[in-house]
Design a protein around this ligand. Structure first.
Ligand SMILES: Cc1ncc(COP(=O)(O)O)c(C=O)c1O
Length: 386
């Protein structure tokens, strides 16, 4: 069986987890602080704040830029459900705009048309690791006076072309970028998340919000030689990362450049092999983007049955996943819980129905890749004739 994904994690991470456990400090403490520093250096962000997962990061980011009940947040339906859920968690109405058919990312032209007097933020997604057109989005957000938050859950290690050349996702290019360290992502801490920003005021707010609004951190209280009494500045959350997770994350961060390089190698090889496969379009990388290829999404030609192709591949011993879901077609999002623009969401729906994600992980071999593509070609041919 060729699995769909497999984290690249080993003895170094196990030793780091052991070090954290035996240190006697196991929740948010010195390892978290060190991971934050190393992560901010890696992406070139002045501030990084670690949290329990990316959904928590998105929620905190929205709250921190002032999103409140009655507001609207422009985003995509075509994303993992957590993107839309975070908007509703903040009490706002998601306004879904369609994606670009080639990049599967938010269409910046539609964002401008979706702005209303209630819009407080744009929440764009670097879907499957592919950077969206962040330059165009930043121009719209600035012109309209709304915050720009990047759902970079999948995009650690991706780059975008900016004024200084290739720049890592997470500097950030909007106001805040939010990352996930779930095992389907390149860098994993089991579960985990990170917010990056250039603004010290936002970073200070994240640190309050993730720890019950407490004004003194546990490490500061621990180090104090005179008695310190904390206060609780505002009602907040427990979104802490543990030191065990952070210790693992620090090791994973060292592997990141090699992870990206290997995935780009594998993706280039997939693209070459897929040239020969009728009925399948390989994903494209737009000129402003250098993706980490967190996932490799191929598009099936019209008339092919996505489920049948995936089942046939599973029968061949190849695991795949269907394309990104669309929140507006899920039972959790009945009419009235979101709105869209006149342009509708047809490209998002088509992308969901026609794309499948192929196995891609660090240790995937060339022979396994050949098997994946052979199986895909066979499955498409069979779907065409039934
Ligand atoms: C685009 C996107 N946003 C948000 C999330 C949520 O991340 P987490 O599982 O860390 O909460 C994911 C996770 O898969 C995602 O793919």
């Amino acid at each position: 069986m060729i699995p769909f994904a497999r984290p690249w994690i080993g003895e170094e991470e196990a030793a780091a987890a052991r070090r954290a456990i035996l240190s006697g400090w196991i929740t948010q403490g010195p390892e978290v602080a060190a991971f934050e520093q190393e992560f901010s250096a890696a992406v070139g962000a002045p501030h990084a704040c670690a949290v329990s997962n990316c959904t928590a990061a998105l929620h905190m980011a929205l709250v921190a830029v002032g999103v409140a009940p009655g507001d609207e947040v422009i985003t995509v339906s075509h994303s993992f459900i957590a993107t839309a859920n975070a908007v509703r968690q903040a009490g706002a109405l998601p306004v879904f705009v369609d994606v670009d058919a080639a990049t599967l990312n938010i269409d910046p032209q539609l964002v401008d048309a979706a702005v209303s007097e209630r819009t407080r933020a744009v929440l764009c997604v670097h879907q499957l690791g592919m950077p969206c057109d962040i330059g165009a989005l930043a121009r719209v957000a600035r012109a309209r006076g709304v915050a720009l938050i990047e759902d970079a859950a999948c995009a650690v290690g991706s780059q975008v072309r900016g004024s200084s050349g290739w720049e890592p996702i997470g500097r950030p290019h909007g106001d805040i970028a939010c990352f996930s360290f779930h095992p389907r992502k390149l860098l994993s801490t089991g579960d985990g998340g990170m917010l990056t920003t250039r603004r010290a005021d936002l970073d200070a707010r994240f640190r309050l919000l993730r720890h019950h609004g407490m004004t003194v951190s546990d490490t500061a209280r621990h180090a104090a030689t005179t008695l310190v009494a904390e206060t609780y500045a505002e009602p907040a959350y427990n979104y802490r990362m543990t030191d065990i997770q952070a210790a693992v994350g620090r090791e994973q961060l060292k592997r990141l450049p090699a992870m990206v390089e290997r995935r780009r190698e594998l993706a280039a090889r997939y693209a070459a092999l897929l040239h020969e496969v009728e009925d399948v379009t390989a994903p494209c990388e737009p000129p402003w983007a250098r993706t980490n290829w967190q996932s490799y999404a191929v598009r099936l030609a019209a008339g092919l049955d996505q489920r049948a192709v995936m089942q046939q591949m599973l029968d061949d011993g190849v695991a795949t996943r269907r394309g990104v879901t669309t929140a507006h077609r899920e039972p959790a999002y009945p009419p009235g819980t979101w709105r869209t623009t006149n342009a509708g969401l047809r490209r998002s729906e088509l992308a969901q129905e026609a794309t499948i994600l192929l196995p891609l992980y660090h240790e995937l071999t060339a022979a396994e890749q050949d098997r994946v593509v052979e199986s895909l070609a066979r499955a498409c041919a069979r779907s065409r004739t039934t």
